[in-house]
Ligand binder design. Structure first.
Ligand SMILES: CC(C)(COP(=O)(O)OP(=O)(O)OC[C@H]1O[C@@H](n2cnc3c(N)ncnc32)[C@H](O)[C@@H]1OP(=O)(O)O)[C@@H](O)C(=O)NCCC(=O)NCCS
Length: 405
């Protein structure tokens, strides 16, 4: 018998388990001031703890949201927004027990999928999560000028922190989760992930809003980071940008134009953007914009494989029969016929075999089947089948999430 139990946390256990989480991620416990800001959004619902007696030793936290899938439908998703095990309890199966409990909880809540952002890439595959979107970090070196003729007719203005906190949630909702991989941001997401930006880092974060012909249509959170030092006196300041969303290509270009117009900057660093961000194309010298990193972004787990597969749209090709294995949710095991006309369970012979984590990698269109087969993640498939999988699951636009949690 194990010397700990895994169970939902109580309201009184919210702050201690949050502190446990923060410490596991190398942070320091929340101050009273910070707790006052976020406690309303950090309620017990959706949070699973591991306890040795009364003492918390692990936390796996989540909130409910919706994920946009290819074709534009939204499916219910459990967003795992914090996982940590106390340093003196690691590698004794605590995370495994919490994941087991949490996945069952997600089944009961009727989520079709679960998603998370991983601190390390080796942790979550064993629990059925696969990398379903990737995001890019761009570095634009000045002088960076727009090409003549780039359409960006709008105007960008700065908001105060209070204005940003009041107006940006509605703007995000209006912009909409328009790309596969994007999620709805529930009310409790904002105080923790957005509002706190304005009290962190010495109050250096600012918010730019873009307005086009139809009103506000994009925003970007940014700050100036002075980089002058006696070691490198010529090294100028950097503009650091995150949480950059726009409703249209014109709004996107308009925000870029603004970010590149801020004076006294040597470089603009933008994290967490789609891998197909157009910035290089917008500049007269494309080499001024370098893609410095592409990282795994949203890790996805299909909780109800049939419902998740049925929710998305497919390209036009003959159906494929997938044989799916799922160690932790065995009710998902079996064969699925997937095609443009629908998805059904079947006894027909399988065209290919894969685990549920690999299916998550295909699900939003981030990866092609050939490299997944090369990596041993897809087996039993002919070249023709792999091409058919790409024709069915491929999306013209790479998926992107764009929301940290
Ligand atoms: C990551 C973390 C939650 C793992 O918790 P844990 O209780 O040690 O995990 P488990 O004991 O259940 O490990 C399950 C398996 O995953 C492996 N594993 C777990 N964490 C790992 C890591 N960081 N690197 C490599 N392997 C890891 C274990 O070795 C074990 O493998 P096995 O089944 O072959 O024996 C814990 O190390 C932690 O809190 N890390 C710091 C905070 C963090 O990174 N949290 C995740 C945020 S997304």
């Amino acid at each position: 018998m194990s010397d700990y139990v895994v169970r939902p946390i109580t309201d009184a256990e919210c702050r201690p388990t949050l502190n446990l989480l923060i410490r596991s991620l190398n942070g320091v416990p929340v101050t009273d001031e910070s707790w006052a800001l976020i406690s309303g959004s950090w309620a017990a619902d959706g949070r699973t703890g591991a306890f040795h007696g009364e003492e918390p030793i692990g936390i796996a936290s989540s909130f409910g949201t919706e994920l946009t899938v290819p074709g534009g439908a939204a499916v219910p998703m459990g967003a795992v927004d914090g996982v940590g095990v106390r340093a003196d309890w690691t590698r004794r199966g605590v995370l495994t027990a919490m994941m087991d409990f949490q996945l069952r909880d997600f089944v009961e809540r009727g989520y079709a999928v679960a998603g998370l952002h991983a601190s390390e890439a080796v942790i979550y595959g064993r629990f059925g999560y696969g990398v379903a979107t990737r995001s890019a970090t761009y570095q634009v070196h000045h002088p960076a000028r727009f090409r003549e003729g780039v359409a960006a007719p709008g105007r960008t203005r700065l908001l105060s922190a209070e204005e940003a906190i009041e107006t940006i949630p509605a703007l995000y909702q209006r912009i909409g989760a328009h790309r596969a991989g994007m999620i709805a941001r529930p009310e409790k997401w904002w105080p923790i992930q957005f509002d706190r930006s304005f009290t962190r880092d010495g109050g250096s974060w600012r918010l730019a809003v873009h307005s086009g012909p139809g009103g506000d249509d994009g925003f970007a959170l940014f700050r100036n980071v002075p980089q002058n030092s006696y070691l490198d006196p010529d090294h100028g300041a950097a503009l650091e940008v995150r949480d950059f969303h726009a409703a249209s290509p014109e709004a996107e270009a308009g925000l870029w134009r603004f970010l590149l117009s801020v004076d006294l900057m040597e470089v603009v660093n933008v994290r967490g953007r789609p891998v197909d961000d157009p910035i290089g194309l917008l500049l007269d010298n494309p080499r001024r914009a370098a893609t410095v990193r592409v990282d795994d972004e949203l890790w996805l787990r299909l909780i109800d494989v049939r419902a998740a597969l049925a929710a998305r749209a497919y390209g036009s090709a003959e159906p494929v029969v997938l044989e799916v294995d799922d160690r932790m949710l065995p009710e998902n095991r079996g064969r699925y016929r997937v095609g443009g006309t629908g998805v059904e369970r079947t006894d027909a012979d399988a065209d290919l075999v894969l685990d549920v984590d690999t299916l998550a990698m295909l699900y939003l269109g981030a990866w092609q089947a050939g490299p997944l087969a090369l990596a041993g993640r897809i087996t039993g498939a002919s070249a023709e089948t792999l091409a058919r999988v790409d024709a069915l699951f491929g999306t013209g636009q790479p998926p992107w999430s764009g929301t940290h949690f």
